[in-house]
Design a protein around this ligand. Structure first.
Ligand SMILES: *[C@@H]1O[C@H](CO)[C@@H](O)[C@H](O)[C@H]1NC(C)=O
Ligand SMILES: *[C@@H]1O[C@H](CO)[C@@H](O)[C@H](O)[C@H]1NC(C)=O
Ligand SMILES: *[C@@H]1O[C@H](CO)[C@@H](O)[C@H](O)[C@H]1NC(C)=O
Ligand SMILES: *[C@@H]1O[C@H](CO)[C@@H](O)[C@H](O)[C@H]1NC(C)=O
Ligand SMILES: *[C@@H]1O[C@H](CO)[C@@H](O)[C@H](O)[C@H]1NC(C)=O
Length: 860
């Protein structure tokens, strides 16, 4: 008897030991054993190849992720995965065809997470593939871009964030510039700390090489690096020698490019009018930053410049009726005016821009360059609010006499409208990101247009065809005009360029003839690069013109851009890359994200490809409704209404649930009381559920629990993640370093502040938000099978509403019910950056059409 009891005790002890030591997995099961970034720049055309080689060191198959960030301006042109000697190439297809293939895969249950998101300068490319036990995979991604000259330099930005220190990490950059490189500098987070020693720059006359080979140890020791290795950018800036003002012509394989950037021309004095939005939505930091930027810009004006200042909300105020010379006294007076600009009413863009046009038009133009700069952060909401009419009015008033530049501040602007209006009037639109450096962005934009050298520039190429844009209204010092085309007769030995423009006080002509077959030329590494450069520039310009065109012409150009995108395998807004994975029939689709839109979630939210806008509601500053003041909504077409006063309260709602609504650009949002445990997402058929327990008196959740197929249980709180699959028990800690765990069709990928949970066809990211001493969780449902009817708060995908126009208080119509709404600032907790966005805040019942009690659970 005694023996038995002893044996039992021993067994129990063994069990206890295994139960505590075995489960806690903190080792990395994925080894990125090599990571190469190889960038070649030939005549400003940069082709970058990222190659990542990864081993699954686990004894079972698991999903391995590949995620990189590429410059926004670039087109992806190739993606390849190699697994067990077999290659899988991404294929670029027309958007509709790709979508179809994707939908078919989804309906077969071979779901395909589409991945795209966009930041300020970089966008994400993300994919994953299941790799067998102890096997390897190689990912290879290629992207291409034409570097743009700004303020006298080109910038090549390379991001590296492999997610772990890599034994064999190499970044090689080779720049070849025929006229010679005048200066080159390497900057960025990756050139800080210990890493400075890992960068080597070699210069020859026409070439420069930058290598960056940090050791594994060095990879953890830069400013933005850590346990997870490199995380940051390398920024290579350079310029080329410009010996001839006629510019540089490069010819290769039947294509040419002409870079025109003279700098030895006298500056033309300018007439510049700033039209500044001071509507309620500019309240707070935006208004402060705008004032700051204007003060600096005024200081930078040259004495022979003339300038005007217009501020507007629903009323338009002119600082002075005429343009005034930038004398010291005038500038001082202007600065006093700027310091007094306060945010107040609605947004009458039409009246303000027309006032600016009028001011410039009345000023004599001879020998000067006129520029109109509009800064706004919102839709037109007062006066003329019909966008088509505003554009027609502005176009007619400007009549191609000078360019209009539009600066869209933040994400509430109708950026399409601003882009279109600028392009129609010879300018460009630029986005100003709502961030601590917005004032510098504003000033940076002004610096680019501060020194006009030429106006009315026409470029001519008698021997060229299929030319990109050849006529420009202004040329500014520090920028560059680029024209590319095909050479009509490739057998001719010379090629002629001619530029006609108006300079300060004379008409100027630059003529040049170059030999197309220069024996001293070293052929570039990639013979086809010139053709690709031409295609890149052509597609970019065709896409840009799309907003201006209508009918047949638009369709034709659209077709042309699509044809070129397909031919050169560029992932553009018209195409998608379809990646077929080794797992039978599974496909993934990568799109080019659209500037200014939040990352789309395919699968859950239907794609809204154009932002539908509507015009009648006026609104003022964020959150004024909370302050208890009432809104004034001018009727359609009303003019010069008294301005709207707002209280100063502008609370940001940090605990709202967002509902994207098909066909509406403004999301709905609602709040949930924090004293219930909630059913967040449920699919009874696959026995899946996700429940959450909110933080008491704070935003977000303290615990989120998943249950799947009765035996899988996952519980996530703000310190740890515990998972039980019926047999094994695993525990991870937040911040322990990237980890993956796969068990049957459940996959967990843990990163520093998010965990990706995949259960069957359902994928949810749980974000860990940390700020000011509080930490909370927030789920972001990424993907769910389309034809399954989900329940739970995040299961609602069919929200809809209409705005009721003309009522005294903001009112929405939801399911035939009129409900009151507030237009508020809210944090979007579905993104780790938690950007502040705007949404229509309505009651829980109005949004969900059910009572909260229908979503409560007693147990997680
Ligand atoms: C980088 O690309 C160039 C040109 O394609 C090639 O010659 C070189 O070997 C590559 N380097 C690496 C490290 O892959
Ligand atoms: C790995 O798998 C093999 C064969 O299935 C098995 O013999 C071995 O014990 C496993 N090793 C580990 C560490 O699980
Ligand atoms: C244009 O810029 C170059 C250097 O970037 C400078 O040397 C030149 O003086 C500038 N021209 C004028 C007119 O400001
Ligand atoms: C420049 O050319 C235009 C037309 O070609 C002419 O009208 C104008 O007078 C010329 N300006 C000067 C300063 O020569
Ligand atoms: C999270 O869960 C773990 C394991 O259940 C527990 O030890 C820990 O105290 C929890 N943390 C919080 C903040 O509740």
């Amino acid at each position: 008897m005694m023996d038995r009891a002893a044996l039992r005790l021993i067994l129990l002890a063994v069990f206890l030991i295994s139960a505590t030591s075995d489960p806690v997995k903190k080792k990395q099961d994925v080894d990125i054993y090599s990571f190469y970034i190889n960038s070649t720049v030939t005549s400003r055309y940069a082709t970058t190849v990222i190659t990542s080689r990864v081993a699954n060191t686990l004894n079972e198959s698991q999903e391995i992720q590949f995620e990189v960030k590429i410059p926004k301006n670039a087109f992806i042109s190739k993606f390849r995965m190699t697994i067990e000697g077999k290659t899988y190439d991404g294929v670029v297809k027309g958007k509709e065809e790709a979508q179809q293939q994707y939908n078919q895969a989804v309906s077969r249950g071979q779901s395909a997470g589409l991945v795209r998101s966009v930041g300020r300068t970089l966008e994400d490319f993300k994919t994953s593939v299941t790799v067998a036990a102890l096997s390897k995979v190689t990912f290879e991604l290629t992207y291409e871009e034409l570097l743009k000259r700004r303020l006298g330099k080109y910038e090549l930005l390379i991001n590296a964030q492999p997610m772990q220190p890599v034994a064999d990490f190499k970044m090689d950059v080779h720049i070849q510039e025929k006229p010679g490189i005048s200066f080159l500098e390497v900057k960025g987070d990756l050139s800080t700390g210990d890493l400075t020693n890992a960068i080597k720059t070699t210069r020859a006359d026409k070439d420069a090489w930058v290598t960056f080979y940090p050791t594994r140890d060095q990879q953890t020791k830069c400013k933005s690096c850590g346990e997870n290795g490199l995380n940051g950018d390398l920024l290579i800036t350079y310029d080329v020698e410009r010996r001839s003002p006629k510019g540089e012509v490069v010819v290769s394989n039947g294509y040419f490019v002409h870079y025109f950037a003279p700098s030895d021309v006298p500056r033309i004095s300018k007439n510049v009018v700033f039209v500044i939005d001071r509507s309620g939505s500019m309240h707070g930091r935006k208004m402060d930053q705008t004032r700051l930027a204007l003060l600096r810009i005024l200081t930078d004006l040259d004495e022979d410049d003339h300038f005007g200042l217009i501020t507007f909300d629903s009323e338009v105020s002119l600082w002075k009726r005429e343009l005034l010379k930038a004398t010291e006294t005038n500038l001082e007076n202007a600065k006093s005016f700027v310091k007094e600009i306060r945010d107040r009413g609605a947004t009458d863009i039409n009246a303000a821009v027309l006032a600016g046009v009028d001011m410039i038009s009345r000023h004599p133009r001879e020998g000067t360059a006129s520029i109109l700069i509009l800064l706004t952060d919102g839709d037109p909401t007062s006066g003329e609010t019909n966008i088509e009419k505003i554009m027609a009015n502005v176009k007619e008033a400007i009549a191609t006499k000078f360019p209009l530049y539009c600066l869209g501040f933040g994400y509430d602007v109708n950026f399409d409208f601003l882009t279109k209006m600028s392009l129609e009037n010879g300018g460009v639109a630029r986005r100003i990101y709502e961030d601590s450096d917005a004032d510098l962005q504003l000033q940076g934009f002004y610096d680019e247009v501060a020194v006009p050298l030429l106006t009315d520039i026409q470029l001519k190429y008698p021997g060229g065809t299929k030319l990109t844009k050849t006529s420009f209204s202004l040329y500014f010092n520090g920028s560059e005009i680029v024209v590319s085309g095909q050479i009509t007769d490739n057998s001719v030995e010379s090629f002629t360029t001619e530029v006609i423009a108006v300079s300060k006080d004379s008409n100027v002509t630059y003529q040049d003839t170059i030999m197309t077959k220069d024996p001293s030329d070293v052929p570039p590494e990639d013979e086809d690069f010139m053709q690709r450069l031409w295609a890149y520039l052509t597609v970019k310009q065709l896409l840009e013109r799309q907003v201006l065109l209508k009918g047949q012409e638009k369709e034709d150009e659209n077709k042309e851009a699509l044809k070129l995108s397909l031919k050169y395998q560029f992932v553009t807004p018209l195409t998608s890359m379809v990646v077929t994975k080794p797992q039978e029939g599974e496909v993934e689709v990568a799109d080019k994200p659209k500037e200014g839109e939040e990352p789309a979630r395919r699968g859950m939210y239907p794609q809204v490809s154009t932002r539908t806008r509507y015009t009648a509601l006026a609104y003022g500053g964020g959150g004024a409704v909370d302050g208890g003041t009432s809104y004034y909504f001018p009727p359609r077409g009303g003019r010069y209404r008294p301005s709207i006063k707002h209280s100063t309260s502008s609370r940001v709602h940090d605990n709202v649930f967002l509902l994207d609504v098909v066909g509406q650009s403004k999301p709905l949002c609602f709040e949930v009381p924090f004293f219930h445990k909630l059913r967040l997402l449920q699919d009874s058929a696959s026995e899946f559920s996700m429940n959450g327990e909110p933080m008491f008196l704070q935003s977000g959740f303290q615990i989120i629990a998943f249950h799947y197929k009765t035996k899988h249980h996952l519980t996530i709180n703000t310190t740890s993640i515990t998972y039980h699959d019926g047999q094994n028990h695993v525990e991870f800690l937040w911040g322990q370093g990237p980890t993956q765990h796969t068990s049957e069709d459940v996959c967990l990928i843990l990163r520093s502040n998010e965990i990706v949970v995949t259960m069957g066809n359902i994928r949810v990211i749980i974000l860990l938000h940390k700020e000011k001493g509080t930490t909370f969780l927030w789920p972001d449902v990424q993907q769910q099978t389309k034809d399954v009817k989900f329940t739970g708060i995040f299961g609602k995908t069919d929200a809809s509403y209409e705005e009721i126009q003309g009522s005294q208080k903001p009112t929405l119509k939801i399911h035939d019910q009129e409900v009151s709404a507030s237009w508020v600032d809210a944090t979007n907790n579905r993104l780790s950056s938690k950007p502040v966005i705007k949404c229509w805040l309505v009651s829980f019942y109005a949004a969900m059409q059910r009572d909260v009690s229908d979503f409560t659970v007693t147990q997680l």
